[in-house]
Design a binder for this molecule. Structure first.
Ligand code: PLP
Length: 821
């Protein structure tokens, strides 16, 4: 729904500079997601970590002319013919705009909050309710102070029902979300411990969440949950309640029985005394709980019990993430089996365009008819075509009657098919080469068959990397820094085993100041893959200076020999003012200039112009051990004095840095100008050995299961003695994959369906055996070597080593698979 800039100015009560007329269709808060510059209004938001004002020039350059700002840019002249709406707090403005937008609608709005399950409940409600009405809902899990207003803005003339999620991390936040969403139906999914650090008690958190339901007509929750029930009673709502219960048959929705089968669960219930039943194709408790919330809403929305039964049986798993997989013939596959509508298409295309920026692969979209938008064909496909063009898609493969009819709108290489079968029967898929392929289809088109065809089938052992967790870790450490402190992120050793390119790209997108690798080749590989962020080389080889100059890789310099060779090489190449990083030895006694050598170093540096010190640093020996605290303090003092001495000799600013991950955590006073984050990025707190947000999961699948009687042995050298009749599973991972041989013979375990399965006998090169006697499992089941529920630190403790070693030992033949929520 579009709005004039005058209108928005009035709603926001903003001070306006500029008089360009404009119609606004799109609201933008993340400059990277820009798509339609002309019709976009950019809100320059300040968050703990970033400031949208920084991106004004770039956005203007890309054609944006409408901005909401806290402060006007200093050089207004370079923003000719732009509109600036100035407000004390642009975030409040964004929320206000959404609030006014919401007020135009007299329709049911469902608000969902709770600790888990919000997105699934939202999507399932969509699956249950959208056959009868046009539904607008939050894209993915947009549920924050910024995500909620962006979601509400999506309501338009056709919307008949809206479903929004609301998530909070602190006291006091829900009120703002309530004002924007104004739900008429409220669902509280459950209450758990997430973000508990910011609340006094679970009860406080529950009360805070209930704020969302202030003016609801009805609220829905688990009546058997005493905490929630007592909070609802305390909050004195006058709204109707549908508290479902498995115990109390006085409740309006009584769950009589829950019967789990092999693949489905049958649930019998009584609503207002009437008995009925339905089945869902899931058997886990979370899905059952989520389905009960959905049942309550569907009943309240007058969906007939027969339709509920029919639709519940067809509920689909929600793919919460975009999966990136390696495809055949050099292709990269982005699988988005999430809903097929404009908002999620936009997010997926945005993801694709950011990923493939400079990798020289053609961008291809395989798209079906969009059946889940509630929009008419003509307008819809015009918008799809605009998105496709503006996001830089170079080839489209359309599947379905509707999109085929709109073929003429796509002015790029294009192919159209009536059905998925028709595409599968053609030879088009086999001919895709060196492309980034986004596969996005409505459920009815079963595009999983297409992905399956395109995917490179690999070794069943993979290292799965959660890029969101990586970003969460980055932000966790950023939150410990002063706003002006810069950050180097260590991506050496293939990003501690996680794979350098994807990690570097993600960090670059999150605007870290420097990446650091060990050797020049690691750096040039990143450059060739399109990484433009500043890169530091920690162990520059004397033979690789040319590579460093060519790719602008800034070396660490730790000795006069290295310095002299570098200067010589730079002078020969005609390079001047090449940035270098001076390393001082303050106690590690590995590499570095001694503090006494600084005067001579200054002298040497002043006599030439080939290189210039960009930073000076040192490395802490024992920042992760309290027993070394006095030594660490001495290192910091020594560094402070020595680096100051170097700085005083130069006019330009030389960045000073000494903290690694543990240093950031434990020596907040030693941040200087910059810090170097390593292991913490990958989720490990080196001081406590706890996991912050788990990034890497090493997983495989069971190849074969044998029943082995107790007198037998398992594996080489008859090491695996069985003390009982056992079920022994073989999994395709061995010491050549990085599974340490010393974990064998019962020293450690992996997880099969969440249960501990000890390693039996010697670990072989490519395979090992585990005891699954007490575990309900079958061939093909997933096995976790380390990950969320079996932290890598458990293995490092057993092996008496550090988690760094385990992470970097996962061998190259183990496929890295990346995903984002
Ligand atoms: C690897 C490395 C780091 C990072 O250390 P973590 O303990 O992983 O945070 C920092 N500085 C230097 C010089 C390094 O080599």
């Amino acid at each position: 729904m579009s709005s004039s800039i005058e209108n928005i100015e009035k709603v926001l009560g903003a001070k306006r500079f500029g008089d360009r007329s404009a119609q606004i269709d799109w609201i933008l808060t993340d400059s990277r997601s820009l798509c339609f510059p002309e019709e976009t209004l950019f809100f320059a938001l300040k968050t703990k970590r970033n400031d949208g004002h920084k991106y004004l020039p770039e956005l203007y350059e890309r054609g944006v002319r409408n901005f909401v700002v806290g402060e006007l840019p200093a050089d207004m002249k370079s923003f000719q013919d732009a509109n600036f709406l100035q407000l004390a707090n642009p975030l409040k403005g964004l929320q206000k705009l959404a609030e006014k937008h919401r007020e135009q609608f007299q329709i049911p709005v469902i608000g969902i909050t709770g600790s888990n399950g919000k997105t699934i409940v939202k999507e399932w409600l969509y699956q249950l309710l959208s056959p009868d009405r046009v539904v607008t809902r939050s894209p993915r899990s947009y549920n924050s102070q910024i995500g909620v207003p962006l979601s509400v803005w999506l309501m338009n003339e056709r919307t008949e029902l809206a479903i929004f999620e609301a998530g909070i991390s602190e006291m006091g936040e829900m009120e703002a979300l309530q004002t924007i969403i104004k739900p008429t139906v409220g669902i509280l999914t459950n209450i758990g411990g997430a973000h508990q650090e910011n609340f006094f008690s679970l009860q406080d958190k529950c009360m805070e969440k209930l704020t969302l339901f202030k003016d609801c007509d009805v609220i829905i929750y688990d009546g058997d949950n005493e905490l929630i029930s007592s909070c609802v009673a305390k909050s004195l709502f006058t709204s109707r309640e549908i508290a479902w219960s498995k115990k109390d048959n006085e409740r309006p929705l009584f769950i009589e029985s829950i019967q789990k089968g092999a693949h489905a669960t049958t649930i019998k219930y009584r609503y207002l005394g009437m008995p009925n039943e339905f089945s869902i194709p899931f058997i886990d408790d979370a899905s059952i709980e989520n389905s009960l919330h959905c049942l309550a809403v569907a009943l309240y929305m007058m969906v007939s019990p027969e339709q509920i039964t029919e639709r519940m049986a067809r509920l689909e798993q929600i793919a919460m993430r975009l999966e990136v997989k390696e495809g055949k013939n050099g292709c990269v596959l982005i699988n988005d089996s999430y809903n097929s509508d404009l908002a999620s298409l936009d997010i997926a295309l945005d993801f694709m365009s950011r990923r493939s920026d400079d990798k020289g692969k053609k961008r291809t979209l395989i798209l079906s008819d969009m059946l889940e938008t509630g929009q008419s064909g003509k307008l819809l496909y015009r918008q799809v075509a605009e998105l496709v063009h503006s996001r830089g898609v170079e080839k489209i493969i359309g599947v379905g009657e509707e999109i085929r009819t709109a073929a003429a709108r796509f002015e790029i290489e294009k192919y159209f098919f009536r059905t998925t079968e028709e595409l599968l029967e053609s030879d088009l898929l086999a001919g895709l080469r060196n492309e980034v392929i986004l596969v996005k289809g409505s459920r009815a088109f079963h595009f999983d068959r297409i992905s399956d065809r395109l995917e490179l089938k690999v070794h069943e052992t993979i290292l799965e990397i959660n890029l969101n967790a990586l970003v969460d870790n980055l932000n966790y450490y950023r939150s410990k820094l002063k706003p002006e402190t810069k950050m180097v992120c260590m991506v050496k050793a293939s990003a501690y085993g996680a794979g350098s390119y994807e990690i570097a790209k993600t960090l670059q997108d999150h605007r870290v100041d420097y990446l650091a690798v060990a050797v020049a080749d690691e750096g040039s590989d990143l450059r060739k893959a399109g990484i433009t962020c500043s890169i530091m080389i920690m162990n520059p080889e004397l033979t690789a200076f040319k590579t460093m100059f060519d790719y602008k890789l800034e070396p660490e310099v730790y000795s006069f020999h290295l310095l002299n060779e570098l200067i010589k090489a730079a002078e020969k190449e005609g390079v001047t003012n090449f940035p270098i990083h001076i390393k001082l030895d303050t106690g590690m006694h590995r590499l570095g200039f001694a503090p006494e050598e600084i005067p001579e170093l200054i002298d040497r540096l002043k006599k030439q112009t080939a290189v210039i010190p960009r930073s000076v640093f040192s490395h802490l020996v024992g920042s992760d051990g309290a027993q070394f605290d006095s030594f660490t303090r001495r290192q910091i003092e020594m560094f402070e004095a020595a680096s100051e001495c170097l700085q005083e000799a130069f006019q330009h600013k030389i960045l000073r840095h000494i903290c690694n991950t543990a240093g950031i955590e434990r020596y907040p006073g030693a941040q200087f100008d910059m810090v170097r984050l390593g292991i913490g990025l990958y989720g490990i707190d080196p001081f406590t050995n706890q996991i912050i947000h788990n990034v890497s999961t090493l997983k495989t699948t069971i190849l074969q299961i044998h029943e082995v009687p107790k007198e037998e042995t398992v594996g080489y050298s008859r090491k695996g003695h069985l003390e009982r009749d056992s079920r022994i599973a073989a999994i395709p991972i061995g010491y050549a994959d990085g599974l340490n041989r010393r974990l064998g013979n019962g020293h450690a375990y992996c997880l099969v369906n969440g249960q501990k399965a000890p390693y039996v006998g010697n670990i072989c090169m490519d395979v090992c055996m585990i005891d699954v006697t007490d575990i309900d499992c079958k061939e093909g089941d997933k096995t976790i070597i380390f990950g969320d529920d079996l932290p890598v630190t458990v293995l490092s403790e057993i092996l008496e080593t550090i988690p760094y070693e385990i992470l970097t030992s996962v061998s190259n033949r183990v496929k890295r698979v990346y995903y984002q929520n």
